[in-house]
Design a binder for this molecule. Structure first.
Ligand code: PMP
Length: 408
């Protein structure tokens, strides 16, 4: 195939960015004994009671096309679980089953923005928001978050300043991948006020809502949510997934939550993308939502332990920019001036640890690395024993190569 052949493709397809994590994963994939902390998933397999619900469904012959919005039993199960979590009655009519959170993101973006239009994305951010927008012809507009000794923060004045006549939506991920930044209820209220005043949509990705470690952003058993501040008629599309809470990343099931009035539009977009999520996968999701609270609690307890272990180890590296994250399950840390992709490769070579380079998450991630701590403590302890010396060496070299400050 020639360059011409690729040139002949639609520009949005050609422009779709390649994931910045893939480069490091390809580099280290076959390294023996490597501890992979680069992707956003834990090490636990899906619990047997969930998998068994899928096998029963297959055995019963549930192998046909199905409801585009999701089987009624699953929509009811989602509504029950979300009503309990958010402390308010949410109707099954609000929930639209998708083939993973990513599919929900893609549909949400397609609903609100297209060619010539912009969506604001605070960064560093999960790169798939920008990817989904680019593919639909829209332009992601980064609002860099500010790193500080207290962690990353979002300057709402900067967010507002990024709004143009072409802006259609704000994509807000809280708790955030990769920074762990988590909005307070007051911040969510203020962002919603901005969106209301400017007639913008909010795409609310709250998939890490159960992984919250800081009292300032906690609401009971979960992180603060747009559910806590929204009113009837607010333009909010919620993205959710079973991937993280129930160790189901490979199943590809999640949902979009929206005003029931949008139902037919969402159904159509599902029809023209996945044409529905397999019934047996949906049966597994019902089992997860109805009987998975014990497993979720177990995962949260492991994340609490993993976060403490990783944070204590990173504290042994002088010069590292790092604050234990208030939410999600990533440590996002920086070495000032470091070339993140090169450092990630060096860590593969010298420590046999897989980390994601911060550059994969937007301009603000330069010099940073992301480590996923949703993993058994023994692995994390071994990983940190190997990682800390390499980080210390890199920090010392960086310090030596920095220009000497001469006082005028
Ligand atoms: N949103 C965020 C912020 C994520 O980190 C991810 C997965 N890494 C997703 C959505 C989507 O997850 P999935 O497609 O596996 O449901």
């Amino acid at each position: 195939m020639t360059d011409d052949t690729i040139e002949s493709l639609r520009i949005e397809a050609r422009r779709a960015p390649t994931s910045g994590i893939v480069d490091t994963v390809n580099y280290g994939r076959l390294v023996p004994g490597l501890i992979p902390l680069w992707v956003g998933e834990g090490d636990l397999p899906t619990p047997a009671f969930i998998a068994e619900a899928a096998t029963r469904s297959l055995a019963a012959g549930e192998t046909f096309y199905t409801w585009q919005r999701g089987v009624p039993e699953l929509r009811a199960a989602i509504a029950r679980r979300m009503s309990a979590i958010y402390g308010r009655t949410l109707s099954p009519e609000r929930f639209f089953v998708t083939s993973g959170g990513m599919h929900a993101v893609q549909i949400a973006m397609r609903m609100v923005a297209g060619a010539g239009e912009e969506v604001i994305v605070p960064t560093p951010a999960w790169p798939n928001f920008a990817g989904a927008l680019t593919v639909s012809g829209a332009t992601p507009v980064e609002v860099p978050m500010d790193p500080s000794p207290e962690g990353f923060s979002l300057d709402l004045a900067k967010l507002e300043a990024a709004i143009t006549p072409r802006t259609r939506a704000i994509a807000l991920n809280s708790p955030a991948n990769p920074t762990g930044w988590t909005a307070t209820r007051a911040e969510l209220g203020a962002i919603l006020e901005i969106a209301r005043a400017r007639g913008l949509w909010i795409v609310a990705d709250e998939i890490y809502h159960r992984f919250v470690f800081d009292a300032r952003v906690r609401e009971g058993e979960r992180a603060a949510s747009f559910h806590d501040v929204r009113r009837e008629g607010d333009r909010i599309l919620f993205v959710q997934t079973l991937s993280k809470n129930y160790a189901m990343t490979g199943w590809r099931i999640g949902w979009l939550e929206a005003d029931p009035e949008l139902g037919q539009t969402i159904e159509n977009l599902i029809q023209y993308s996945s044409s529905g999520t397999p019934v047996f996968v949906q049966r597994a999701a019902v089992a997860a939502l109805d009987h998975g609270e014990g497993f979720v609690a177990h995962q949260i307890a492991r994340a609490v332990e993993g976060r403490a272990l990783v944070s204590q180890a990173l504290a042994r590296v002088p010069g590292l920019t790092f604050v234990p994250p208030p939410g999600a399950f990533y440590a996002f840390f920086g070495l000032p001036g470091a070339d993140a992709p090169a450092l990630a490769r060096r860590i593969v070579d010298e420590a046999r640890i897989g980390l994601a380079p911060g550059t994969a998450f937007g301009a603000g991630g330069a010099g940073f690395l992301r480590l996923c701590f949703a993993r058994r403590a023994e692995d994390l302890a071994a990983a940190m024993e190997r990682l800390v010396p390499v980080l210390n060496a890199a920090a010392a070299e960086g310090e030596r190569s920095r220009p000497v400050q001469v006082r005028a």
